[in-house]
Design a protein around this ligand. Structure first.
Ligand SMILES: Cc1ncc(COP(=O)(O)O)c(C=O)c1O
Length: 430
């Protein structure tokens, strides 16, 4: 392959609108990645980067992880997809998820986080016989009409009507109410104003779609109490936090048990599979169970590739110190960055949990999306662009988190800290 990044990108634009297959991927510089291994990704021109973008989170073990790949190859050399009944892989994986994820009495597989959140919401509506959903400003739960509003809203749209797409059904927009993260009074007020109408509260227990805004003590417990009080289901969208922060998800860490959980991403270290899990009493409403009245279907559900990859990923987590390793490196990264900020007197804070970190260019920890107006977005993007020039790949967009994998080592973290030091010095001088 001797075409350049630019030539490939130009060609891609001929055949696909914008040349990419997910809107958010259309970022400058337009790099065409052709190789991935461990902590590294490489573009078509042979430039190698330490990867922290991790394809928005799945790569918790690292790219092209041998034990996962071997399990997938083994699975597809004997099986693929039958579209009838179930498979040994599906049964084994269901067992593992119910064993590890505290609120999971039963589980069903689909292919993407968006499908999982759609199914969870529809189930909640069926169970409660109520129409409305509460989500939080800044949280992302996929692209479908029920949830695609008030994500990275313009500042003047915070908490106001802000559909994410043209073509959305008006009724879907109106039936999704938007609250402020870490503000229980606001949630209670919304529940009161919509008494008897709210089917579910859906929340990213840590809103990683705006970097890393941590829940304040009591917030998730408070949501659980309010749900019981107002007859709504609590749905934890653990598509990012699940398996990354603990093999049992953030519900295990926080001790708060939701009614339903959605899982994806780190569940299978980059292979396509997602899940909806929860109490048996609710899950048995799905029509995979004879007599169930909530539709659940998908041609590729439970495909051998995703189930085998997920089994292998979970088994590595069971048998090796994955979380110890990524948490230790996360701490090393955060304390290293803090030292750089302090030494260079940069108006910035570094925050995160476990393997995830974010530097915000502001002077206090944000509690919700609104607080992020204080983040210097231009500096944030310039910083990430300059890091790419130094071989550190972080998506050059505002408010994006970074992920460490089990394949990263002290060497990569220290090299990244050196690059951060250089880049911040340059930016301070400019
Ligand atoms: C918290 C959360 N939920 C759901 C989704 C949607 O998942 P998918 O892109 O697999 O449809 C995402 C994707 O980024 C996510 O971050």
């Amino acid at each position: 392959m001797n075409k350049s990044n630019a030539q490939f990108y130009q060609e891609a634009n001929v055949y696909s609108p914008g040349g990419v297959h997910t809107s958010i991927r259309n970022v400058d510089p337009h790099l065409i990645f052709t190789k991935a291994e461990g902590a590294y990704i490489e573009d078509v021109e042979g430039n190698r980067f330490i990867d922290y973008q991790a394809a928005f989170g799945p790569f918790v073990l690292g790219h092209n992880y041998p034990k996962v790949n071997e399990r997938v190859i083994d699975a597809i050399s004997r099986t693929d997809l039958f579209g009838v009944g179930t498979t040994d892989l599906e049964i084994e994986l269901s067992k593992k998820i119910c064993q590890h994820v505290p609120s999971s009495e039963q589980v069903l597989f689909c292919n993407s986080g968006s499908e999982a959140t759609y199914h969870a919401i529809r189930l909640a509506r069926a169970v409660t016989e109520k129409p409305k959903l509460i989500k939080f400003q800044g949280c992302y739960h996929g692209w479908h009409d029920y949830v695609a509003r008030n994500m990275l809203s313009d500042w003047d749209k915070i908490g106001k009507r802000d559909p994410g797409s043209a073509g959305m059904l008006e009724e879907a927009i109106e039936n999704t109410l938007v609250c402020t993260f870490n503000n229980l009074e606001n949630v209670e007020q919304t529940l009161k104003e919509n008494q008897g109408e709210v089917a579910a509260i859906m929340v990213e227990p840590i809103p990683h779609n705006i970097g890393c805004v941590l829940p304040e003590s009591g917030f998730l417990e408070g949501l659980s109490k309010l749900c019981s009080e107002y007859g709504a289901l609590l749905i934890f969208d653990e598509v990012i936090t699940g398996f990354r922060h603990d093999i049992g998800g953030f519900q295990k860490v926080s001790g708060v048990s939701p009614d339903l959980t959605t899982l994806g991403k780190a569940m299978a270290n980059g292979y396509p599979i997602a899940a909806v899990a929860g109490k048996k009493e609710y899950m048995s409403r799905f029509n995979t169970q004879p007599g169930g009245d909530v539709w659940f279907a998908g041609t590729y559900n439970g495909h051998a590739v995703g189930t085998a990859a997920s089994l292998a990923t979970i088994e590595v987590m069971e048998n090796e110190p994955v979380h110890d390793h990524i948490f230790r490196l996360g701490d090393r990264m955060r304390s290293g960055i803090k030292e750089i900020h302090d030494r260079l007197d940069i108006n910035a804070i570094v925050t995160g949990i476990g393997s995830v970190w974010t530097s915000y260019f502001m002077d206090s920890l944000p509690k919700n999306y609104g607080d992020l107006q204080n983040n210097d977005g231009d500096l944030y993007v310039a910083y990430r662009k300059k890091l790419i020039e130094k071989g550190i790949y972080k998506m050059p967009m505002n408010l994006k988190r970074n992920h460490i994998s089990y394949s990263h080592t002290e060497k990569e973290v220290d090299q990244t800290l050196e690059a951060i030091d250089d880049v911040l010095r340059e930016l301070v001088r400019e």
